[in-house]
Structures are given as structure tokens and as C-alpha cells.
Design a protein around this ligand. Structure first.
Ligand code: FEO
Length: 161
């Protein structure tokens, strides 16, 4: 079955969104590095790598299906945040937004009656559950420990591999 034009366009948009996410997290890593929080910076750099992997997964699948895959210009990402907790609030909100994008992609794959793409997207749907959960867990720590727990949070996030 041919990869439809609608799915090709939607995948190209999602590739762009994943690359933007990667840049967002790389920018957050720089913020934390400058703030003297290398553990948080480590977490963000790993997150940035994961987002690029997501983009490449989509590219590879689209190419395998014969889609006209393209890399478009990526919009600039934020560079400043009021405080560390605000960064993780943005992570959580952004991941909820990405979950909605993935859900819409699935809706389109169903509307286009492309079962292979529905199967492929299941991985992303499960991944988004993890992404939201991980961001929420970090926010929970901020709420539980307060700013005085920053060293503890930074130490823990430094362990992410
Ligand atoms: Fe690729 Fe964090 O969603």
C-alpha cells in the first residue's frame, strides 16, 4: 500500500517537531550548564539525543514506505527560563503537546486505512506515556523538596545514561 501524500506531509511535520524538541532540550542543557547544574544538563542532553532518534525513526520509516521525506527549517527555541522548575514545567507541557501530535498522526493513519503505519505509531504512543511520566516525576521532586532540594535533584538527574 502506498504511503499517502497526507501521511507523508504529516510525518514531515512530525520530523520537524521532533527536531525542534531536540533543539529545545539542547538549549535547556546549556541553561543548566550555565546555572552550575550539570546533572540537569546531562538529563537534557540525553533527552535531546532521544528526540533526534525519534526524528530518525520517522524518517527511516517514511523512506522505507516510499514517502517523499524532507527536513525543513527548524524554528528557534527558547534560551531563557525564570528558574529550574520552570524548565521542567515546560518539558512536561511540551511532552503533553507532542502526545497530542502523535495521537493526531494515529487518527490520520486510521482515516487513511494504513494499518502498517498504525502499527508503527504504537511505539510512539507508548513512548509518550513514558515521556510524560518522567517529566511529571521530576516535577513531583521539585514540589516535594523545594528549591533546597536542588542539589539532590541535580545529583539524581546526573545519573541518566
Ligand atoms: Fe519525541 Fe519527547 O517526544
Amino acid at each position: 500500500m502506498k504511503f499517502t501524500k497526507k501521511l507523508t506531509d504529516a510525518f514531515n511535520e512530525q520530523i520537524k517537531a521532533e527536531m525542534w524538541s531536540s533543539n529545545l532540550y539542547a538549549s535547556m542543557a546549556i541553561y543548566f550548564q550555565k546555572a552550575g547544574l550539570p546533572g540537569c544538563a546531562n538529563w537534557m542532553n540525553k533527552q535531546a539525543e532521544e528526540e533526534l532518534e525519534h526524528a530518525h525513526k520517522l524518517i527511516e520509516y517514511g523512506v522505507d514506505r516510499g514517502g517523499d521525506m524532507k527536513i525543513s527549517a527548524i524554528d528557534a527555541v527558547p534560551t531563557e527560563w525564570a528558574e529550574p522548575k520552570a524548565v521542567f514545567e515546560q518539558v512536561y507541557n511540551h511532552e503533553c503537546y507532542v502526545s497530542e501530535l502523535i495521537d493526531k498522526l494515529m487518527d490520520l493513519a486510521i482515516a487513511e486505512n494504513d494499518k502498517a503505519t498504525q502499527e508503527f505509531l504504537r511505539w510512539f504512543i507508548n513512548e509518550q506515556v513514558e515521556e510524560e511520566k518522567n517529566a511529571q516525576a521530576i516535577l513531583d521532586k521539585f514540589n516535594a523538596y523545594g528549591v533546597h532540594g536542588m542539589w539532590c535533584i541535580d545529583h539524581e538527574l546526573g545519573k541518566r545514561e
